[in-house]
Design a binder for this molecule. Structure first.
Ligand code: SF4
Length: 567
């Protein structure tokens, strides 16, 4: 009947028993008539929804839509409508997102498709195949996203299903890439090739990716959910911005667990809500990460708010219960205690290299380098994608590694052929040599393709970069993140400088223009911090002036290049 473990069944039975008590107390109150406790892989969700109804509260619309028809069961019906060229209604737009498709009208009257690429790594023929699909069914270009993923836009309704099925032919999927699901699993982009990493996190990210995809009870959560695995290498995975962040650490002698490499557990990251994941003190054996993450998600399913979408992320469960009570529930699902260590019993994370994702760098494998390619604001034409795939095939190990900085890395290049890679990149109009600005220039889709956007983020990001590069000589990397709305897809709060799109009133008649609130002092990895708002309501045509002024003030006021923007 179910695929739950014995511990999970006990937990579910406990919740169902509690539910029966609530129903007997409620009698003929506002909740539905008593029903047998739900069972099967959707039971956790149904029990949680029933609890809301029994309490006389209203489910959020999305919860009602999930209850009316499970989105995974809607594919055939959605496909028939799409084949007929029909735009989806709001409910079906939500359901399509379980399959990775987003109807993005009015910004564009078409679908955007978001893939799933565990650890952001795919091989050259998959990358070239995505270009073919983007050309045949989409707008002829590809976006690299801030979850080390790919998005294809301008997919007509009748091309929706052929696109998804073409992905399957490539051994790729978009399932669960949108809506209330566990999003693309990120990890260290140089996993397995990084000279300083503590662990190759690729198997952990892949194990979790396939675990999610093959367990229906983990599809359709109260809200979206992010998980990341950082192997302790030179390039961070930004795990602190995830609901669950696993970070490889070296536990020292004298701790309550054997010394060695463990995965430190941080919980509750959601930078758009101004919170980074906090260390729980828990360390997990690498082989146990999937089981622990599974238990955490099941507690989230049971405890999260199903009435208010703004408060339904893990952070708010942790705020309400407290970390220790939440972890006690996780332990109940797991059926065992989690291991804990003191912060002083863990060696500091090895240092990061903020420019390490771009340019030529030696691998841990002798005679091999990886080459990081600058992808301006994450956009590539299909010809560039095919060209990059060919370089990876001919001169690399065949892998293409996408980064959360919207760039990509080709690995396994023979040291003596790095120059050839760079020449071939130039032929494609690309480069491996970043400027201090473009290495950390991140922009969400913006008004060109997102209905939530208040500004043309990608276009403004390039204007800012052109302006600053022409007028300032920066000798340190500075992250500038532009995000179009509070959804924070470009994580403006962790940029040295963050810009969040707003509508700016001009004159007295209610007219508005594109603009930004400007945030400073955010950071990541060892400098992890949430930025603070410095200016509000800056017109977009003045944004470059403000960024330039900030950078000039930094250069004039710092003690030297070692002094970061935050300091
Ligand atoms: Fe759209 Fe807002 Fe996300 Fe930008 S941050 S892509 S505007 S939802």
């Amino acid at each position: 009947m179910t695929d739950f473990s014995a511990e999970q069944k006990r937990y579910l039975e406990g919740m169902a028993a509690g539910m029966a008590v609530m129903k007997s107390v409620a009698g003929a109150g506002p909740g539905p008539a008593a029903q047998p406790a739900p069972s099967g892989p959707d039971a956790l969700h149904l029990v949680a929804q029933d609890k809301v109804l029994a309490g006389g509260q209203k489910l959020a619309d999305q919860e009602k839509w999930k209850r009316a028809e499970h989105p995974l069961d809607a594919y055939a019906r959605l496909k028939i409508d799409a084949d007929a060229g029909k735009a989806p209604n709001p409910q079906d737009n939500f359901r399509w997102r379980y399959h990775g498709l987003f109807w993005v009208a009015p910004a564009q009257t078409s679908y955007m498709a978001r893939l799933r690429i565990p650890n952001g790594i795919l091989n050259h023929w998959q990358f070239a195949g995505v270009a073919d699909l983007a050309e045949k069914f989409g707008g002829g270009y590809v976006h690299v996203t801030t979850r080390a993923n790919l998005q294809i836009r301008e997919i007509a309704p009748e091309s929706a299903a052929p696109f998804l099925e073409g992905l399957s032919d490539l051994g790729l999927t978009a399932r669960g890439a949108g809506a209330d699901n566990i999003r693309n699993v990120t990890g260290s982009p140089t996993a397995g090739i990084d000279p300083q990493e503590l662990i190759d996190a690729r198997p952990l990210a892949r194990a979790w990716h396939f675990h999610i995809l093959n367990d229906r009870s983990l599809i359709g959560l109260p809200r979206k959910f992010n998980v990341s695995f950082d192997g302790g290498g030179r390039i961070p995975a930004l795990e602190e911005t995830n609901d669950i962040g696993f970070q490889a650490v070296e536990v020292l002698d004298g701790a309550a667990v054997p010394a060695g490499i463990w995965m430190r557990l941080a919980l509750g990251g959601i930078s758009g809500h101004r919170d980074l994941a906090r260390d729980t003190g828990v360390v997990v054996k690498p082989a146990d990460c999937t089981a622990v993450a599974d238990a955490i998600v099941r507690v989230f399913i049971a405890e999260a708010d199903r009435t208010n979408r703004a408060k339904s992320r893990l952070k708010y469960v942790l705020d309400r219960l407290g970390f220790e009570a939440f972890l006690a529930e996780v332990e109940a699902v797991l059926g065992r205690r989690l291991d804990r260590v003191e912060a002083t019993q863990v060696a500091p994370r090895p240092p990061i290299d903020r420019m390490g994702h771009l340019g030529v760098h030696p691998q841990r494998q002798a005679g091999r380098v990886h080459v990081g390619v600058v992808v301006p604001v994450g956009r590539l034409s299909v010809d560039q994608v095919r060209g990059l795939a060919t370089i990876a095939r001919d001169l690399g190990d065949g892998d293409v590694r996408l980064t959360v900085w919207q760039n990509l890395i080709m690995s396994g290049v023979a040291t003596e052929r790095a120059g050839e890679v760079e020449r071939r990149l130039a032929d494609l109009g690309l480069s491996a040599q970043p400027t201090s600005i473009r290495a950390g220039l991140v922009a969400c889709t913006g008004m060109t393709g997102c209905k939530f956007a208040n500004a043309h983020t990608k276009e403004h990001a390039l204007t800012i970069a052109d302006r600053v590069e022409a007028r300032l000589a920066l000798d340190v990397p500075v992250n500038i993140h532009l995000t179009g709305c509070p959804n924070s897809c470009a994580q403006h709060y962790i940029g040295d400088i963050g810009l969040i799109g707003v509508k700016v009133l001009v004159g007295d008649d209610g007219d508005t223009v594109e603009g930004y609130d400007i945030v400073v002092g955010g950071g990541f990895a060892e400098n992890a911090a949430i930025g603070r708002v410095l200016w509000t309501g800056v017109r977009a045509d003045a944004a470059a002036d403000h960024v330039e002024a900030l950078l000039r003030a930094y250069l004039a006021g710092r003690g030297g290049p070692a002094e970061t923007f935050q300091q």
